[in-house]
Design a binder for this molecule. Structure first.
Ligand code: AMP
Length: 424
């Protein structure tokens, strides 16, 4: 026998039953974001590799080792998007959206990173991503975090914590960088080879290292919050006070630096205790110089991304209407060729009227058709055989109760509409 093929490692199918949960999350996000003035954008899954190298940063894990990169027939280097910010900025610049009213965007879709798969970490995963351009005001930072927390709460995920830090700006970060480099060099023999390499290339990334010895070595490391300039400090104070006004709880985490190079000032993560090692449900921050760096206007930017698979894991067994909404309203039990032809047409009429209708396409016995109706969770079955056809009637069977009633074929559509509406 041939070996059946499997999905690519780290990439998951989302099967019927699960999909309803996904749609619930996506629709909740769309509704909420709309209230805050965000509009949906969709960008290609493939971009020029250079876009990610320039935005995320050459010396980041993502660009160094996690991208799905290949060359097309003309030798151009293309990559599957590992995150959405760069693509949205690219689209914003390309279509000169700064000349329009659009400055707040969201995108929901798959991202790709070649990481070692484990619970909560996949190679194709999905993000709900939000970006706002051209607004410097710290009020927006607070509002954005408020919105992210509100989304999780609306979905029913409450047990999360918002961690907050400031990362300074190009004016104040260099001085911190050299202090940190000095600190790390003094402990170089304690650090893993990756962190040793990071000292010169990207020392802040050492804070993200999961190796216990590195964690230990960084325990007394200096924190950027103590080195930021007055402007950054003021911004941070205002962000915190607006969060207080909004009643959003947060925890200051001076060691949180986020994995990407482009963040300045506000950085945040939403974490949970319920996902083991992959404890981040989402994260984001400000990236005020990035749009200009990518060839666009000099506009500030801020955004965040939530991981949909992790949201799904946290939703776990939360009650969902998924099963209910996938139930069939009407099942047509059709006996004999004439009834089949008539019933087939009636089924289309019922669907046109808005009901979900299923039938058995093969001429099976009444018993096996009823069994299928049961299996599909139909509210009612409509039974039409030769006798019924002669009298222009049908039997409506209420599946749960087992009771049956007669209905004229001509009245079937309004009758079933009323019946189904009552039972829903
Ligand atoms: P990041 O862009 O790395 O800040 O990621 C934002 C969010 O996306 C994280 O907090 C996760 O919820 C999710 N995420 C990132 N990488 C993965 C992955 N490999 N598998 C599943 N979810 C991920």
């Amino acid at each position: 026998m041939k070996q059946p093929l499997q999905a690519v490692r780290g990439m998951m199918d989302i099967l019927p039953g699960e999909v309803e949960k996904w749609r619930f999350v996506e629709e909740t996000a769309r509704t909420l974001f709309h209230r805050f003035g965000y509009r949906e954008i969709r960008t290609p899954l493939l971009e020029a590799t250079e876009l990610f190298a320039r935005s995320i940063g050459e010396a980041t894990d993502i660009v160094e080792k996690e991208m799905y990169t290949f060359h097309d027939a003309k030798g151009r280097s293309l990559s599957l998007r590992p995150e959405a910010t760069a693509s949205i900025i690219r689209a914003f610049i390309q279509h000169q959206l700064h000349t329009t009213r659009d400055r707040k965007f969201f995108l929901i879709g798959p991202m790709f990173r070649y990481e070692r798969p484990q619970k909560g970490r996949y190679r194709q995963f999905h993000q709900i991503d939000v970006e706002a351009f051209g607004i410097q005001d710290p009020m927006l930072d607070a509002e954005l975090m408020f919105m992210a927390v509100q989304l999780l709460q609306t979905i029913g995920i409450k047990d999360v914590s918002l961690e907050l830090n400031t990362l300074g700006c190009p004016d104040c970060r260099p001085s911190f960088r050299s202090v940190l480099q000095g600190y790390l060099k003094e402990r170089i023999e304690l650090l893993c080879p990756d962190c040793v390499r990071r000292i010169d290339r990207n020392p802040l990334r050492c804070f993200d290292c999961k190796v216990p010895q590195c964690k230990q070595a960084l325990q007394d490391a200096p924190h950027i919050v103590d080195f930021v300039c007055n402007n950054c400090a003021n911004h941070f104070e205002l962000v915190k006070s607006y969060l207080d006004d909004l009643g959003v709880n947060y925890v200051l985490n001076p060691a949180m630096v986020r994995g990407l190079d482009y963040y300045v000032r506000t950085a945040f993560e939403i974490v949970t205790q319920h996902l083991g090692a992959q404890n981040a449900v989402g994260g984001g921050g400000r990236y005020d110089g990035l749009i200009k760096d990518l060839g666009g206007p000099d506009l500030p930017g801020i955004g965040f991304a939530l991981g949909v698979e992790r949201i799904m894991l946290l939703m776990g067994d939360l009650k969902s209407d998924a099963d209910e909404s996938s139930r069939v309203d009407v099942f047509m039990v059709l006996l004999g060729e004439n009834a089949r032809r008539k019933g087939f047409l009636i089924a289309q009429k019922l669907r046109e009227a808005g009901l979900s209708v299923e039938l058995d396409y093969e001429s099976k016995s009444a018993k096996s058709q009823m069994r299928l109706a049961d299996k599909l969770g139909a509210f009612v079955s409509v039974i039409i055989g030769d006798d019924e056809l002669k009298q222009s009637i049908a039997q409506i069977r209420f599946m749960k109760e087992g009771s049956q009633r007669i209905c004229e074929l001509d009245d079937l559509v309004p009758e079933l509409l009323a019946v189904v509406k009552r039972t829903k």
